[in-house]
Design a protein around this ligand. Structure first.
Ligand SMILES: [Zn+2]
Length: 50
C-alpha cells in the first residue's frame, strides 16, 4: 500500500475513509498538534477523522 497524502483518516462514526477533498477546517490544538474537521461522505456529518 502506498501512503496517500490526501487521506485524512477514517470517520469515527462509520469507519469510512475520508480524503482531503472533504476537509473543512484545519486548526492547531493547544498541544501543537494539527487537528482537522471534515465532512464524512457516508454520514454527511462533520467529524474529526481518526
Ligand atoms: Zn461517517
Amino acid at each position: 500500500m502506498t501512503p496517500d497524502e490526501s487521506y485524512l483518516g477514517r470517520c469515527p462514526e462509520c469507519g469510512e475513509d475520508i480524503s482531503e477533498a472533504w476537509l473543512l477546517v484545519k486548526y492547531t490544538k493547544d498541544n501543537g498538534e494539527t487537528g482537522i474537521w471534515a465532512e464524512c461522505p457516508n454520514c454527511e456529518d462533520v467529524v474529526a477523522p481518526e
